[in-house]
Design a protein around this ligand. Structure first.
Ligand code: ADP
Ligand code: MG
Length: 254
């Protein structure tokens, strides 16, 4: 389980996270972390991994404060938004490199190589791969170890339709296995299909947290996409805050 209390983070004068409280403790629950570009999704995720040091607040994974710790990361399958590896490594070398770091743990790389049809690319250098193939490699690296927590930052970027189908199946499988999954994406139809719950970040705060159904009901909309659009265009629940002009600006950047 993950518990976040009063998490705050600024970069210079930019307050990105302003006291975030979140708990992810339901096995088999997929939570979509949504919000416009720059709303702090990646910063939140990096803080969970210890890659961003918060200014304030506490993060616990399995009831242990993660500050200064690293062992807990072995229980997390993490897909960074912008994974960067040396461009001159081949796919096979990169997979072997990761296996070397996680020595002793059972890896399922063959399954992922087959699933995402990576065999023809194994001896290519990373710098020569298309964006979509690179993302398939990143997903394989993130998921080839069996971890109870999945944290995936924009996993669907660049995936072709067949890879999307496989990715959806992987998330459904994780759900059935009782994993706790956090995912960011801009594809609302995917959220509708694979997520149980939504966290919507806006201006450094949580603007909505709840089930997909609650999101739709609260905004009186049939789809997640429309409910989010309603929030961003200053729908009834938001205009009360008097921020609607700013929010309309944000809607344009989503
Ligand atoms: P999201 O993932 O929701 O698009 P991010 O968490 O990446 O948003 O970024 C939130 C804000 O923090 C953005 O304005 C971004 O430019 C800024 N930011 C992120 N990382 C850094 C950093 N290391 N230094 C300065 N600003 C940063
Ligand atoms: Mg991001």
């Amino acid at each position: 389980m993950i518990a976040i209390r009063q998490l705050s983070k600024s970069f210079g004068s930019l307050e990105v996270l302003k006291g975030i409280d979140l708990i992810f403790d339901k096995p088999g629950c997929v939570t979509a972390v949504l919000g416009p570009n720059g709303s702090g999704k990646t910063t939140l995720i990096k803080a969970l991994l210890g890659l961003v040091i918060p200014d304030g607040g506490i993060i616990e994974v399995d009831r242990q404060n993660v500050r200064g710790q690293w062992d807990y990361r072995a229980r997390i399958s993490y897909l960074p938004q912008a994974a960067r590896f040396p461009e001159n490594l081949t796919v096979r070398e990169l997979i072997d490199f990761v296996k070397n770091i996680r020595r002793g743990q059972q890896s399922q790389e063959e399954r992922f190589i087959r699933l995402f049809d990576l065999e023809p690319h194994l001896d290519k250098r990373l710098g020569n791969l298309s964006g979509g193939t690179r993302q398939k490699v990143n997903i394989a690296l993130a998921l080839m170890y069996d971890c109870p927590l999945w944290i995936l930052d924009e996993p669907t970027n660049g995936l072709d339709p067949l890879a999307m189908v496989h990715f959806r199946e992987l998330v459904q499988e994780a759900r059935a296995q009782g994993k706790i999954v956090l995912i960011t994406t801009h594809i609302m139809s995917l959220v509708e299909e694979i997520a149980n719950e939504v966290v919507f970040l806006l201006e450094g705060k949580i603007h909505f947290q709840g089930t997909i159904q609650a999101l739709k009901t609260q905004h009186n909309q049939q789809s997640v996409e429309r409910a989010i659009a309603s929030i961003l265009s200053g729908g009834a629940s938001f205009s009360a805050n008097g921020h609607s002009a700013q929010v309309q600006q944000l809607a344009l950047s989503m």
